[in-house]
Design a protein. Structure first.
Length: 224
C-alpha cells in the first residue's frame, strides 16, 4: 500500500508543480528572473536540509559490533525519535503555509496542492510512526505525537493565510518555493525508491499510478 502511494504521489506532486503552481506564479507580475532564482534557491535549500538530516541521523544499530555503554542504544533511538518529531512538525508547518499561498493564488490550485501534500504525507507519516515505535515510543504516544505534529499544518495554514493576504506579492515566490520542494522530493527521494524495484511486474503498476496521479490533478483543475 505504501509503495503504491509513493508512485501516486510522484504523479500528483510533479503535475501540481509543473502544470499549475509554476505557471500560476510565472503568470503573475513577479519578475521571472527572481522567480527562477527562487526555484534554484529552493532546490539547493532542500538539498542542504536533506544533507543536514543525513549528517544528524544515527546509523548505529544493535549488534553492529560497536561496543557502547549500557543504555546507549535506547538513548540514541530516543534521540532519533525526537528529531523525527521536530523535523516533521516543521515540515507540516511549512506545508500549511504553502497550502494557504496556493488557495490565495487560486482555489483550484489550493485543492490540488492539498491533495499533493496528503498523497506524500500518508506514506511519510506511516514511516515516521514505525521509526517512533523503533525508538521506544508506545503505540499511543507515537500516535498522539504524530497527530500533534500533523496539527502544525493548521497553524502554518492560518499564519500563511493572514500573513500572505496582506503581502500578496509574496504569493508567487511561495508557490515557486513549494514547487521546488515537490520537484526535489519526487525526483531525489521518491523516484529512486521506485527504481529499486525495476522488474516489469513492479514497473507497470508504478507507471500506471504516476499516470493516475497526473490524471487526478488534471481532473481537479479541468475547469481552470
Amino acid at each position: 500500500m505504501v509503495d503504491r502511494m509513493v508512485s501516486l504521489s510522484v504523479g500528483i506532486m510533479l503535475s501540481t508543480s509543473l502544470l499549475h503552481a509554476l505557471p500560476e506564479a510565472f503568470e503573475s507580475k513577479a519578475d521571472p528572473r527572481s522567480l527562477f532564482a527562487t526555484l534554484l534557491g529552493g532546490l539547493l535549500a532542500f538539498f542542504l536540509l536533506e544533507k543536514l538530516a543525513v549528517l544528524r541521523h544515527s546509523h548505529h544499530h544493535e549488534g553492529d559490533g560497536h561496543h557502547h555503554a549500557h543504555g546507549h542504544d535506547a538513548r540514541e533511538a530516543g534521540k532519533s525519535g525526537w528529531m523525527i518529531l521536530i523535523g516533521d512538525g516543521m515540515h507540516n508547518f511549512t506545508d500549511g503555509i504553502l497550502i494557504a499561498a496556493a488557495f490565495l493564488a487560486n482555489p483550484e490550485l489550493g485543492i490540488v496542492t492539498g491533495v499533493a501534500i496528503i498523497a506524500h504525507e500518508i506514506p511519510q507519516e506511516i514511516g515516521d510512526f514505525i521509526v517512533l515505535l523503533n525508538a521506544g515510543f508506545s503505540r499511543l504516544r507515537a500516535y498522539v505525537y504524530n497527530l500533534l505534529c500533523s496539527l502544525m499544518a493548521v497553524a502554518g495554514g492560518l499564519l500563511g493565510y493572514f500573513t500572505l493576504e496582506r503581502a500578496h506579492g509574496m504569493v508567487p515566490y511561495v508557490l515557486v518555493f513549494a514547487s521546488s520542494g515537490f520537484i526535489y522530493i519526487a525526483v531525489s527521494d521518491l523516484m529512486p525508491q521506485m527504481q529499486r524495484r525495476a522488474t516489469v511486474k513492479e514497473s507497470v503498476p508504478q507507471v500506471l499510478l504516476i499516470a493516475l496521479g497526473v490524471g487526478i490533478v488534471l481532473f481537479l483543475t479541468s475547469g481552470h
